[in-house]
Design a protein around this ligand. Structure first.
Ligand code: MN
Ligand code: MN
Length: 360
């Protein structure tokens, strides 16, 4: 049985400090209202905004940067460019800014923040939502070029997945090919050689309207218990892979920042506790099916007030928690991710790598 972690699914760049910034036309958000029912057009607008935000944050990615500053740069720009439309005002999900052995799901808050140093390896994973359609794309940045082979390995693996994806392609076989590519690399760190390993319990996923994880897990490795007959269908997919120098598995680190998602769509389980029920009603109204985090709750509540309540909601299985995911045996990690559209136009396969640009 796949672990709960697989329910998540979570970038790159050999840009050691500088890199080519995407310089593309920004599709107008004003056009979004003309394409309410057109997911591909909505995704194209979201992708052009994603690329623009990458270009905007690039000069800030330096040692000394605080992750809360970066999250605000990303999300404020996103709200501005999407004109605050949608449940999270155009934000696809809380910016996942995971450092070193943390692969995914760290997002800063008042209580937990991180400042980058010259040896940090940062995964920048953020989302843009237009008309309910989410672009999910990520890259890795390191300031020290000793990580360059790790970044190359993961980028090559993700691009292998993108190249091989298509309607009717068998997903289990697809994962196996990704692993072969990633694991053909090795990294030399401080005199030691490490073969790159795929993190097997993280991977891609399909994307549905207002739902970042649509229920299909896309493995980046051969997983023996993965269903034999699952195939790609017409739709939107986030193709992502994670590599590590020492681990093939991640585990949750609780009691740090957590990303949340509402699970119950009424307050009926909370009838006995009026305060908690009222609190949850507000969360349901504000976030609906979209993920949120302590940093957002920091704006409305004192941490002493909301943390115990959130813990109770998790305990009662009303809310799901997605804590930061760290390498089980340590090691450094990298990630690259693109959102793609797979279609079949009267027998002619159609693939659009929506979030791809000149940076990655
Ligand atoms: Mn992502
Ligand atoms: Mn993802």
């Amino acid at each position: 049985k796949t672990s709960d972690v697989i329910e998540h699914f979570s970038l790159d760049n050999e840009l050691f400090g500088v890199g080519t910034a995407p310089n593309e036309e920004i599709l107008s958000i004003e056009n979004a209202s003309n394409c309410i029912e057109n997911k591909v057009e909505s995704l194209k607008i979201g992708a052009s905004i994603h690329k623009h935000i990458r270009q905007y944050i690039r000069p800030h990615l330096k040692p000394g940067l605080k992750l809360s500053t970066l999250a605000n740069l990303i999300e404020d720009k996103c709200m501005e460019m999407t004109k605050e439309q949608g449940i999270l005002k155009g934000i696809g999900f809380p910016s996942s800014l995971s450092v070193d052995d943390c692969a995914a799901h760290f997002t800063p808050s008042k209580l937990y923040d991180v400042t980058l140093n010259k040896d940090s390896i940062l995964k920048v994973d953020f989302g843009v939502q237009v008309n309910g359609w989410i672009i999910d794309s990520a890259f890795t940045i390191a300031f020290n070029d000793k990580y360059s082979e790790l970044l190359k390995a993961v980028k090559a693996a993700t691009y292998t997945g993108i190249k091989n994806a298509g309607v009717d392609v068998n997903i289990k076989e697809w994962g196996k090919d990704i692993q072969e590519v990633m694991e053909s690399y090795e990294v030399n760190l401080d005199g030691e050689t490490y073969p790159v390993q795929v993190i097997q319990n993280l991977g891609g996923h399909n994307i549905l309207k207002n739902k970042i994880h649509g229920g299909t897990f896309l493995p980046g490795a051969h997983i023996s218990y993965y269903p034999d007959n699952l195939r790609f269908q017409e739709g939107v997919y986030a193709v992502e892979t994670f590599g590590s120098t020492k681990s093939n598995w991640v585990e949750e680190r609780k009691n740090e920042n957590t990303i949340y998602m509402n699970k119950a769509f009424s307050t009926s389980k909370l009838a006995k506790d009026k305060n908690l029920s009222n609190f949850y009603a507000k969360l349901l109204k504000k976030y609906s099916t979209m993920p949120y985090c302590n940093r957002y709750l920091d704006l409305d509540y004192e941490s002493k007030q909301y943390i115990p309540r959130m813990n109770k909601l998790i305990e009662k299985q009303v809310v799901s928690a997605y804590p930061p995911l760290h390498c089980k045996n340590g090691g450094m990690t990298a990630q690259y991710e693109h959102t793609i559209y797979l279609g079949d136009n009267f027998g002619v396969p159609n693939k659009i790598v929506l979030s791809e640009s000149t940076d990655y």
